[in-house]
Write a protein that binds this ligand. Structure first.
Ligand code: ATP
Length: 239
């Protein structure tokens, strides 16, 4: 792992009331890397991401983005600091059109019209279906299209770190393939990505480095091939 990560999380702890969901989590995402966080239901993956992206206040620990301490910052400030979260369950604005959803997302970091056009062009290149449906209400899109829109909205903020929470959840396998091909394209073109994925096989296939979470802690980490060669990890992940 590079010594100067784009995202560095250290000793992160987070709780839901009395439930300690995340304990002493260390995660590093070097610039241009795709790093995955995997683990079973309830392992603490979403709480970790939400604590990084400003949806949940960590109880202790530090989150650095590009070397800057952004621990506990609210979501809107974190977007400006370069962190964009695609939250679990998509959450597009259903009564706005595809274009309006993308426009709304861009306000957080929009510089000028040319910048907006360039960025929306990039999103439409990645997801041509969004260009075709730009005038359609987001609530009328399929689940897969809504997930593409959710990723597109995050990209409109030109993130330094794209944080994806379970992008495959509830989607048909063919749509998951399309989505993960795009995630791989983003990776190949230099995006820095932290991915939470319950489908560990899928996560291992696309990522450079993987952290395994269990009961709120990181219990293993390594490159995908390294983890594949450890039977105890594979059994824990795949049964
Ligand atoms: P999943 O894949 O099911 O989303 P996860 O690995 O993302 O799981 P979290 O959602 O972060 O795990 O949950 C971690 C722990 O925190 C679990 O024990 C869960 O029951 C608990 N938890 C999560 N959200 C809340 C909440 N709002 N209130 C109380 N406990 C919660």
């Amino acid at each position: 792992m590079a010594s100067d990560p784009m995202l560095a999380v250290s000793k992160l702890c987070a709780a839901h009331g009395v439930v300690e969901a995340v304990r002493d989590v260390d995660v590093q995402v070097p610039q241009g890397a795709l790093v995955a966080l995997v683990g079973a239901n309830g392992a603490g993956k979403t709480t970790t991401l939400n604590s990084i992206a400003g949806l949940h206040k960590p109880s202790s620990g530090r989150v650095l983005v590009g070397g800057r301490d952004v621990t506990g910052w609210p979501c809107h400030r974190l977007v400006r600091a370069g962190v964009a979260l695609v939250a679990e369950g998509r959450r597009v604005a259903p009564s706005l059109t595809v274009l309006e959803n993308l426009e709304l997302a861009s306000y957080a970091k929009r510089r000028d019209k040319a910048d907006f056009q360039q960025q929306i062009g990039r999103v439409y290149d990645l997801f041509p279906v969004l260009a075709e449906r730009r005038g359609q209400y987001a609530g009328l899109l399929s689940g897969g299209e809504q997930q593409m829109l959710a990723v597109g909205r995050a990209l409109m903020t030109r993130p330094d770190v794209l944080v994806l929470d379970e992008p495959s959840m509830g989607l048909a396998p063919s749509i998951v393939d399309v989505l993960f091909t795009t995630i791989s394209t983003l990776h190949e073109t230099g995006s820095t990505i932290l991915l939470v994925e319950q489908n560990a096989e899928l996560a291992l296939a696309v990522s450079d480095y993987v952290y395994v979470m269990h009961r709120g802690r990181i219990v293993a980490e390594g490159e995908p091939d390294e983890l594949r060669s450890r039977p105890e990890i594979m059994t824990a992940l795949f049964g």
